[in-house]
Design a protein around this ligand. Structure first.
Ligand code: PMP
Length: 368
């Protein structure tokens, strides 16, 4: 047998249950206006970058990072009024979600998601061998608290995901809904995970509900408001008994020293970041007003740094017509429940102007 035949006939196969899985698809295209991944349109503050680069010079690169992430957890804890024992940090909130599912999901266990929602909740659930249980939303994309709590009692998942503000719809769930779901989760010994990747843009946060007596985890990220998507840093705020379990599962030394340092140093510039949030929220409302001129579009209320638009026509053609003008938004036209929809990230004022004007042209072209 020649080496080439042996390599094709004896190819290693992935796990059976992973065969049907498709990866995460969001095109990364080099266009002028990138409004497709909900990042901050602003670079990190130069003063922060200088402080971080300066601090890096003193790092013993031959040593592993602080495995317990003590300084960053203490800094986040004092910012949020929580003890460090309720903080867990990882490489982006995706890794936080993965660690949660590795710990509390797995074969024979279920994760409940309310669709449409952030695709990685069900994607990581499947990768970890967790059964995905799909709950539905009301027509305007809110979760019905009574129906959702009943579903928790009926299906007895191990993990319940609520994304608020929800990606891709922008929907913010009411405090009553989160409390009802936390109570239902407690009844069946499940964990309620509230993904607040966009929480800073919303009028309330489930962070205020976290204590050791409730099975509630709130997940946040430095990728959006803190302009640090490239560095990969996210965290969970959860009962100390949850954090202890996550620490057993996450890889040792997984959070690099440069990332830990960046997380601590960024917090000194909280005021500027809050100003940026206010700017983006103001821009979001300006874009909503501009889009209201187009009767073929429905814009869903958003508490995030993006808007979901439903187009009464061919949404994929509209996406292409925007791309031809150098504006990249996220195409949801192939997704169940949001078939006619595009999602646009709020950018700088200039980017938003470019989007609004390209959209006007695109709507004319697609209608012709
Ligand atoms: N949760 C939600 C709802 C998101 O939209 C994203 C980013 N798209 C993430 C988590 C992951 O963010 P990161 O891993 O960059 O923290």
């Amino acid at each position: 047998m020649t080496p080439s035949t042996s390599s094709t006939s004896r190819r290693a196969e992935p796990r059976d249950d992973l065969r049907e899985l498709s990866g995460y698809h969001s095109p990364q295209l080099a266009v002028a206006v990138r409004l497709n991944t909900n990042e901050s349109p602003f670079a990190p503050l130069p003063v922060f970058v200088d402080e971080w680069l300066g601090a890096l010079r003193d790092v013993d690169l031959n040593r592993y990072p602080d495995r317990g992430v003590h300084e960053l957890r203490a800094a986040l804890g004092s910012l949020l009024g929580q003890p460090a024992a309720r903080l867990f940090c990882a490489n982006g909130s995706n890794e936080v979600l993965q660690t949660l599912l590795l710990t509390y999901g797995g074969p024979g266990r279920g994760a409940l998601v309310f669709e449409p929602t952030y695709a990685l909740h069900s994607h990581i659930a499947r990768i970890t061998g967790t059964t995905v249980i799909e709950g539905e939303r009301l027509p305007g994309f809110h979760i019905d608290p009574d129906a959702a709590a009943a579903l928790v009692r009926e299906r007895v998942p191990s993990v319940v995901f609520v994304c608020s503000p929800n990606n891709p719809t922008g929907t913010v769930e009411a405090r009553d809904t989160v409390e009802a779901l936390a109570a239902a989760a407690a009844e069946v010994n499940a964990l309620l995970v509230v993904d607040e990747a966009y929480g800073e843009f919303s009028h309330w946060s489930a962070l205020e509900l976290v204590d050791d007596g409730r099975p509630l985890v709130v997940v946040r990220t430095y990728s959006k408001v803190w302009s640090m998507a490239a560095l990969r840093l996210g965290f969970a705020v959860a009962p100390a008994w949850v954090i202890g379990e996550l620490e057993k599962v996450v890889l040792p030394y997984s959070l690099s020293t440069p990332t830990q340092l960046a997380g601590v140093l960024a917090l000194a510039h909280r005021g500027e970041m809050e100003d940026r949030v206010a700017t983006i929220v103001g821009e979001r409302e300006r874009v909503v007003a501009a889009l209201s001129e187009h009767h073929a579009l429905t814009v869903y209320p958003s508490g995030a740094n993006f808007l979901l638009l439903r187009y009464d026509g061919n949404a994929h053609a509209l996406w292409e017509a925007l791309l031809e003008q150098g504006v990249l938004v996220r195409d949801f036209s192939g997704w169940p429940r949001v078939e006619d929809c595009l999602r646009v990230t709020i950018g700088t004022a200039a980017e938003n102007d470019a989007f609004v004007s390209a959209l006007t042209t695109a709507l004319q072209e697609v209608n012709e």
